[in-house]
Design a protein around this ligand. Structure first.
Ligand SMILES: [Zn+2]
Length: 164
């Protein structure tokens, strides 16, 4: 229906506010046995449900939200993985379901390639905005990633790269 079509890019408007959830961190995708690597720990039954994981040979990871503003007030949110120092995993797990969760601050690296930018391995800082959500990627010393977080993006640069 024409009324539901974006005047800027011609796509359906309901294709603009999207949430894209990565199943695995890229370093885990690169392992031959992925999440079935022996001694893997997942916070939940499957990688897709999990908010934390530790995989021998790949590292320790926490889910974060990466919000990207689009022109016209739309927003695409990526549910990505943050790679953290293994020593940070236990303290993170200890506060995850506690009131202190709101003060959680994590430093690490982006553990997924996000199209069209890439940015795998970019250093990031994640903090909690909402106690009912995973932490948000709130800052990065990487200028490219900082621009992703702070600038509105044209629909045609972002939406074609999202999975259906
Ligand atoms: Zn559009």
């Amino acid at each position: 229906m024409l009324a539901d079509t974006c005047p800027t890019c011609g796509r359906a408007l309901d294709a603009h506010d999207r949430h894209v959830r990565f199943t695995l961190p890229d370093p885990v995708l690169d392992l031959p046995e992925r999440e079935h690597t022996p001694d893997t720990w997942l916070s939940h039954g499957t990688p897709r449900e999990s908010v934390m994981m530790q995989v021998p040979g790949a590292g320790s990871f926490v889910r974060i939200l990466v919000p990207v503003q689009l022109d016209g007030g739309y927003r695409v949110t990526f549910g990505a993985w943050l790679g953290i120092h293994p020593a940070q995993l236990q303290p993170t797990f200890a506060v995850w379901w506690e009131p202190e969760y709101v003060d959680l601050r994590l430093e690490g690296f982006l553990a997924n390639k996000i199209a069209p930018w890439g940015l795998l391995g970019a250093p990031v800082i994640a903090t909690v905005r909402n106690p009912d959500e995973t932490p948000y990627l709130t800052a990065s010393p990487d200028p490219g990633l900082s621009a992703v977080l702070t600038e509105p993006w044209p629909h045609d640069e972002i939406l074609p790269h999202l999975p259906d």
